[in-house]
Ligand binder design. Structure first.
Ligand SMILES: [Zn+2]
Length: 180
């Protein structure tokens, strides 16, 4: 099933499955300008792509953040578990974004190789091999479908943790819910 995007303009737009979870609070804080509380510990782990320049509107202490290409946490299993087991986060949000460059990554092989040779002093074969190894792990076909799949993967791994797939819409600077 193709995931659909559900905006949050009011509290009532928040999907029922996120009510009374830190995901609902995240959406209320960023999209609706909800008032911050005091947090005794972080409520949620938020994964965002480093290309997403505008920060989410969140109060200090609310979230733990990881920045990883296309919000892909496959390379960070222990950081995710640490956020829950030590950091006390009780939810996860995978935040993809519009215009994600990881969609074009495979088309940028030659550009990458040429720059690594000229700017970094690498040999061409080393640059090619490096790109082929790592780009497979980070390239995504579509940020929405990827965030939905990554959230599903983490839900299976952490069955009691609510894991939301969200899309940061750069034009509107709002978070959209990805309903898979
Ligand atoms: Zn991105």
């Amino acid at each position: 099933m193709t995931p659909t995007l559900k905006p949050v303009h009011t509290e009532a737009d928040i999907l029922p499955r996120w009510r009374d979870t830190p995901v609902a609070e995240l959406l209320a804080l960023h999209n609706l300008g909800a008032a911050a509380r005091q947090y005794a510990h972080p409520q949620i782990l938020i994964a965002t792509c480093p290309e997403q320049h505008a920060p989410l509107r969140l109060p200090a202490g609310f979230a733990l953040s990881l920045h990883t290409a296309a919000a892909n946490l496959k390379r960070d299993p222990f950081k995710v578990s640490w956020a829950i087991g030590i950091g006390q986060a009780s939810a996860i949000a995978i935040v993809g974004h519009t215009g994600c460059g990881m969609v074009r990554l495979r088309d940028q092989r030659e550009e990458f190789v040429e720059r690594m040779v000229a700017a970094a002093g690498w040999s061409r074969p080393a640059a090619e091999q490096h790109f082929d190894h790592w780009s497979d792990l980070f390239a995504v076909a579509d940020p929405v479908a990827f965030a939905a799949a990554e959230a599903a993967r983490l839900r299976a791994r952490y069955p009691k943790i609510p894991v939301a797939a969200l899309l940061y819409d750069a034009a509107g600077q709002t978070l959209l819910q990805i309903d898979a």
